[in-house]
Design a protein. Structure first.
Length: 304
């Protein structure tokens, strides 16, 4: 191969954390196939830090592609929009990124590796449940009162709870037994270690769910709004390893992954405004009682 390097771009900038994590299997395979040095231009440099398959990391917002075109083979899978058939919740993004680079991934090659910084927190309660209680839209959040009720339910059952999130995007919550780490000082590596060290991880956020798929921890995905079959992490020879999707079972429209509830915006599929498209007030979101029951049953049977 030429002495040129390979440049992978995770543009456009609005791609989320989980979307960018899905680039990791392709980068690994590109490195294996070509032996070339691979550079990444991205909005999430923490994802690629310490990755042995990445040589240099550039910040997307300030990067000048014109200055690099003579030095790199450039792959920008999502620039220029899509043909209208691609939208995030109805396609395997790992395969899509690989296909744009000229190959496909086997299930084993879809398994994602993350290389965290050393552990930042050592004084953690034993057998804790880790919650990501990020504020999202009404279709992706059980609300502050319900998060608080869930924490009280778990604490009253003798289960320590650790909550993490960026402060302005996370609900203000009280914890009687455990730790509240909703601050400005977190990192992707800290989150990874907390997931890895926990008895189980509970999230509504797909980015955190995808990150959790790089650990061996039990994942509880509170999922009301999309068909999860395209997003399951491949671990230990299975797409269902230590994964439990909790939904209410009252509505099966899966509107975030249903084309009839989508619109195109600048060539990309986007969800319509965050109102319940079925006029059922998001009855798909599971109750706190159901979430509590699932977690307590698992935790009681599988203490680390």
């Amino acid at each position: 191969m030429s002495s040129k390097r390979i440049l992978i771009s995770t543009a456009p900038e609005w791609l989320g954390l989980g979307d960018v994590i899905w680039f990791l299997p392709t980068i690994k395979k590109l490195h294996s196939i070509t032996g070339a040095k691979i550079d990444v231009v991205t909005q999430y440099p923490q994802i690629f830090k310490n990755n042995p398959y990445v040589s240099e990391i550039f910040i997307l917002k300030t990067f000048d592609f014109s200055c690099q075109s003579g030095n790199h083979f450039c792959f920008q899978p999502f620039l220029g929009g899509s043909d209208g058939s691609v939208h995030w919740f109805c396609v395997n993004i790992k395969q899509l990124v690989a296909n744009k680079c000229g190959f496909s991934l086997s299930p084993e090659e879809e398994q994602i590796e993350f290389f965290p910084e050393p552990r930042q927190i050592t004084d953690l309660p034993s057998n804790f449940v880790f919650l990501n209680a990020s504020k999202r839209g009404p279709d992706r959040d059980i609300g502050r009162n319900n998060w608080q009720k869930l924490i009280y339910n778990l604490n009253d059952a003798g289960i320590p709870v650790v909550v993490e999130g960026v402060k302005e995007h996370t609900h203000e919550l009280e914890i009687k037994n455990g730790l509240n780490l909703c601050d400005q000082n977190g990192s992707l590596s800290r989150t990874w270690h907390l997931i890895n060290d926990s008895s189980c991880f509970v999230t509504f956020d797909t980015g955190m769910y995808i990150l959790a798929g790089t650990t061996q921890t039990q994942i509880f995905l509170i999922n009301s709004y999309f068909d999860n079959r395209w997003h399951k992490p491949y671990r230990n020879g299975s797409y269902d390893y230590k994964l439990k999707v909790i939904d209410e079972g009252k509505c099966f429209e899966k509107c975030l992954g249903n084309l009839k509830y989508y619109q195109t915006d600048n060539g990309f599929w986007q969800p319509k405004p965050q109102i319940c498209p079925t006029n059922r007030n998001f009855c798909c979101i599971p109750s706190v009682e159901k979430i509590t029951e699932e977690i307590i049953n698992y935790h009681s049977a599988n203490k680390k």
